[in-house]
Design a protein around this ligand. Structure first.
Ligand code: NAD
Ligand code: MG
Length: 399
């Protein structure tokens, strides 16, 4: 019998983390859980660690470690508890695990995702902010360390599935042969038919009520503003070494077609399925084999029809700003992402109006374009610009 694959999940208590544990639990002889990490919800982390028989957990502070111990309660042997941000980097590169699911939200997940790539793991990448901020060093690390990179974001997973067959997932240095264009689908979110100017009073609850997908709160807001699709265009640019002008976005409200690849001969290949993240997660875990995910059948006759429309950039300022940042370069992409994280957090805490998210991003990109060009070739350089961008965004949000 083949030995099971040992998997570490960064951000196990989140939406992607929980779905990953769900898929793993369906394959007890194929996968074992090594380490689980979480920033909050220690009660849930303790339950997950208990159920999955995790060998270790990583938590942010000593206080969180105490909460974990209380929540564990049982007299059964506790998992090893590792504490602090550095522990995330250590567990991501721990030789005891072969695969790492990078499912922390935001650029906070970058150091650990990068460490997993540098350690030559199979990296299941959900944390798109890591690629937006650090695409070139991340992809170089995958190549240099011989890591495997499986995109988990549903659009990128769909594209990966539609690209010419490969047995090994690595970091390409140029567009795949014969590919003309990548077409990312976007549901358009809960405010698809509304004008941006009419959305000032939108509440966090309304913004998080996504019509098709159940996700964490930050990405739900990003899906509503469509900044998420902007991050995904940048993500696709890095993952598939594709020039920005060969990546397009089409609105597809039913979220059945998860994305498409157009070839030189006019063929367009699409991946379809229910909007359930367990499909891309199972694909990444099982690759190159197909394994059971728990996702039901796609009944196209029930869907009835599939619609497609051109996005209106005039009404989608966050998407327009993302295209602008991608054209401007990596510094602008770091500023875009950092500003958005600050603005969305403020919006979720009801300190910022929904439509002001775009204003904060705009102001931060303006600030960044006036900064002298500095090197962005190391993780430290990137984190420094990320932090300065956050300060600029906070000034814009309160100013
Ligand atoms: P979530 O908010 O549900 O979960 C985030 C996880 O990260 C939690 O376990 C949390 O404890 C941990 N975390 C939060 N802040 C942290 C910090 N500062 N340091 C360490 N850990 C921290 O988020 P999610 O919806 O699961 O999304 C995770 C990532 O996957 C995001 O980058 C998101 O864009 C991407 N993604 C999510 C979906 C989805 O369907 N949810 C789809 C595609 C991509
Ligand atoms: Mg997506």
């Amino acid at each position: 019998m083949v030995a099971p694959i040992s998997v570490t999940i960064l951000g196990s208590t989140g939406s992607i983390g929980q779905n990953t544990l769900d898929v793993i639990a369906r394959h007890p002889s194929r996968f074992v859980v090594h380490t689980l990490t979480a920033h909050s919800r220690m009660d849930l982390l303790a339950k997950q660690a208990f159920d999955s028989k995790a060998a270790a957990v990583a938590v942010p502070t000593e206080a969180a470690a105490e909460r974990f111990k209380t929540a564990w309660g049982s007299t059964l042997k506790r998992p090893v508890i590792r504490v602090g941000a550095q522990a995330l980097v250590e567990v991501a590169s721990d030789p005891a695990s072969q695969a790492v699911m990078a499912a922390i939200v935001g650029s906070a997940g970058l150091p650990a995702a990068l460490a997993a790539a540098q350690a030559g793991k199979r990296v299941l990448l959900a944390n798109k902010e890591a690629l937006v901020a650090a695409g070139s060093i991340f992809m170089a690390a995958v190549r240099d360390a011989g890591a495997e990179l499986l995109p988990i974001d549903s659009e990128h997973n769909a594209i990966f599935q539609c690209l010419p067959h490969h047995d090994r997932a690595s970091a390409p240095t140029g567009p795949a042969a014969g590919v003309r264009r990548l077409i990312l689908t976007a549901s358009g979110g809960p405010f698809r038919n509304q004008r941006w100017a009419d959305l000032a009073q939108v509440s966090p609850e309304q913004a998080c009520a996504h019509p098709n997908w159940s996700m964490g709160r930050k990405i739900s807001v990003d899906s509503a503003t469509m900044l998420n699709k902007g991050l995904e265009v940048i993500e696709a640019h890095h993952l598939f070494a594709m020039p920005p002008e060969r990546i397009s976005v089409v609105i597809h409200p039913q979220s059945v077609v998860h994305s498409m690849v157009e070839y030189a001969d006019g063929s367009v290949l699409a991946q379809l399925g229910q909007p359930d993240m367990r499909t891309p997660i199972a694909y990444g875990l099982g690759f190159p084999e197909r394994i059971e995910s728990g996702v039901g059948m796609l009944e196209l006759a029930l869907a009835g029809r599939l619609d497609f429309a051109q996005p209106d950039l005039e009404q989608l300022p966050c998407l327009a700003l993302s295209f602008q940042a991608l054209q401007a370069g990596q510094g602008a992409c770091i500023a875009l992402n950092a500003a958005n994280e600050v603005a969305v957090a403020a919006f979720l805490e009801r300190r910022l109006a929904y439509t002001a998210i775009a204003e904060v991003i705009h102001a931060t990109l303006d600030w960044q374009s006036g900064q002298p060009n500095t090197s962005l070739s190391s993780l430290d350089d990137i984190i420094a610009l990320d932090e300065r961008s956050r300060s600029a965004a906070r000034r814009a949000a309160t100013g």
